[in-house]
Design a protein around this ligand. Structure first.
Ligand code: ZN
Ligand code: ZN
Length: 248
């Protein structure tokens, strides 16, 4: 690739990150401003720089590493297997890719809390206690690349076409921004399957840090017994039940 093409590619990668930051800001900033009032966390330039870098060059570097490793390892798989994967319907390939990614994210996240070596990187993300959309990418590079490379590698090795689910990857990135926003959002019983901002907020509190490790699929937390539901709203039936049990 000559210098001019490299410059053009760098500019479009940088621009894609900028578009991502602007879209995130347009969706989540007004809601946080409206619902939090003057005491809410305000976007910091450093956090926005993290968001821009990881969602542009970070993803491209990650994709480069994934392609390289997958290319080497795919050669070891039998040709018949690759044909078998390619002939599966799109929904099945996408579901398998999502499952591989979520199991990896859950496992490496839990390990990052339990293994001191990984915690030294992951603790950067946990400096975020007062939630805000703008700090969703506050991460050490080791923490970021470990998650992003590991999450997409199995699907690539198996031959699942990740390019066809590029839109899904973008939505997944936006979902992560929403999980870190300070919006009071929960999906009721469905939060036991798909994570909500209220669930992930608990993961960022020092007392419940060992709970709710999942990226999107909170069902993994339920299965591994690390699920912690948000406290019931005062006055709700469940809260009333608890009060009744305590006083009764
Ligand atoms: Zn964590
Ligand atoms: Zn987080």
């Amino acid at each position: 690739m000559d210098a001019q093409n490299l410059l053009r590619l760098s500019l479009s990668v940088g621009l894609s990150g900028l578009v991502f930051v602007v879209i995130s800001a347009l969706i989540f900033w007004p809601f946080e401003e409206l619902l939090e009032g003057p005491k809410g966390e305000r976007p910091k330039l450093k956090d926005l720089a993290y968001l821009w870098f990881y969602q542009s060059f970070g993803l491209w570097i990650g994709a480069g590493i994934i392609f390289e490793i997958a290319f080497q390892l795919r050669g070891l798989l039998p040709h018949a297997w690759r044909l078998f994967v390619l002939h599966q319907p799109f929904w099945l390939q996408a579901t398998a890719a999502l499952l591989f990614a979520e199991v990896w994210v859950y496992s490496v996240h839990r390990l990052s809390h339990q293994w001191k070596f990984l915690w030294q990187f992951h603790r950067v993300h946990h400096t975020l206690v007062d939630m805000t959309w703008s700090a969703s990418s506050r991460q050490h590079p080791v923490d970021f690349f470990l998650a992003v490379v590991g999450a997409n590698l199995p699907a690539m090795i198996l031959g699942i076409d990740l390019k066809s689910i590029a839109l899904f990857v973008l939505l997944e990135r936006l979902y992560t921004v929403m999980l870190h926003s300070n919006l009071n959002l929960d999906w009721g019983w469905f939060s036991k399957i798909v994570a909500s901002p209220n669930l992930h907020r608990l993961h960022h509190q020092p007392t419940t840090r060992g709970k709710n490790y999942a990226g999107i699929l909170s069902l993994l937390d339920v299965l591994a017994n690390t699920y912690e539901p948000p406290a019931p709203k005062p006055g709700s039936d469940v809260a009333g039940d608890r009060e009744h049990k305590l006083t009764g």
